[in-house]
Design a protein around this ligand. Structure first.
Ligand SMILES: CC(C)=CCC/C(C)=C/CC/C(C)=C/COP(=O)(O)OP(=O)(O)O
Length: 302
């Protein structure tokens, strides 16, 4: 028994050493600062393994915890996952309850993880749609980790991007209305522009892009460099539509519970291959080889 325990310890030590070596090699190139994931294929995984549907989500949650560790070790700064969309409320009640149970259980687990890894946990979405038994501990965890900046783990729950945009536009209007009413001497009201007929031509221009972005649920994170979707799906399913205009989309046929370190390595290598950093170096090397590198100096403005 003891021998088996020692053997297992040695093996896990080797695996962790090997992983660190692989990550060190990957870090020679640019590392994505933000990875977002649509974790599809949990029920299909359960079906292929002849398990009940709930077990698919359990294995999916385990895969997510591994991914959290890998991203942290690799030097990624933000990991965002689509855990529950607003549309998911329409699923069978037992399925909704299963995911809610996992979220409920994840809060004490993350609280323990935060004690040894200084990560920030952020729940993005319309949290008012959640039960108070999840919302209140989630808000407390967000508050208590808000100052951790080394790594941000965002769980999108009761989320979809059109709702996020609507929320951000409404909040921006409310903020500007209060501001306008204050400066025009009406006094901060309940935020209704137009009260006392006080709309001026051009007031709409006071709302800037930064105002909207500030009020997005994802406002704390830069736009993702990579958006991964598993289980062979190519749709965005209303996830981070605003934030992914320049992201690399990686659709993998693997079901989410089977997603592991090699899938992550493949996605990061693909990102590095397409990264402008390498493009520029490659072009410079070709130009150097054929002697045209210095012929374009001083560089033209075009
Ligand atoms: C702690 C924490 C954040 C837990 C998250 C748990 C987890 C893995 C949630 C996945 C949610 C979800 C609706 C995935 C889609 O797979 P699907 O159910 O649509 O499966 P299918 O594509 O095979 O139908």
């Amino acid at each position: 028994m003891e021998k088996e325990f020692i053997e297992r310890k040695i093996l896990s030590g080797w695996i962790s050493f090997f992983r660190k070596c692989v990550f060190r090699v990957l870090r020679v190139g640019p590392i994505p600062s933000h990875i977002a994931i649509i974790m599809d294929g949990n029920r299909r995984y359960a079906k292929t393994k002849k398990l009940d549907e709930g077990a698919g989500y359990d294995v999916g949650t385990l895969a997510l915890l591994y991914m959290l560790v890998y991203c942290y070790e690799l030097g990624v700064k933000h990991l965002t996952v689509y855990a529950f969309s607003i549309d998911n409320f329409k699923r069978k009640p037992e399925e909704v309850e299963k995911i809610m149970d996992l979220l409920r259980g994840s809060i004490p687990l993350l609280t323990r993880i935060v004690k040894c890894c200084p990560l920030r946990v952020h729940f993005a979405g319309n949290l008012q749609l959640l039960g108070a038994d999840i919302r209140i501990p989630a808000e407390r965890l967000m508050e208590s980790t808000a100052d951790n900046s080394k790594f941000v783990f965002t769980i999108c729950v009761a989320y979809n991007c059109t709702d996020e945009i609507l929320h951000a536009v409404r909040e921006s209007c409310r903020e500007k209305c209060d501001h306008i009413q204050e400066i025009r001497g009406i006094g901060a009201s309940n935020g209704l522009l137009g009260k006392n007929g006080d709309i001026h031509q051009g007031d709409q221009d006071l709302i800037k892009l930064e105002d909207i972005e500030k009020h997005m649920y994802m406002g704390i994170a830069p736009d993702p460099d990579i958006l991964i979707r598993t289980a062979g799906e190519y749709r965005l399913s209303n996830f981070l539509l605003w934030q992914t205009s320049c992201s690399q989309l990686s659709s993998l046929f693997t079901l989410w519970p089977k997603f592991g370190i090699w899938h992550l390595v493949w996605v990061v290598l693909h990102f590095q291959r397409n990264h402008p950093y390498f493009g520029k170096k490659k072009k410079a090397a070709v130009d150097l080889a054929n002697g045209s590198y210095f012929s374009s100096f001083p560089p033209s403005k075009s």
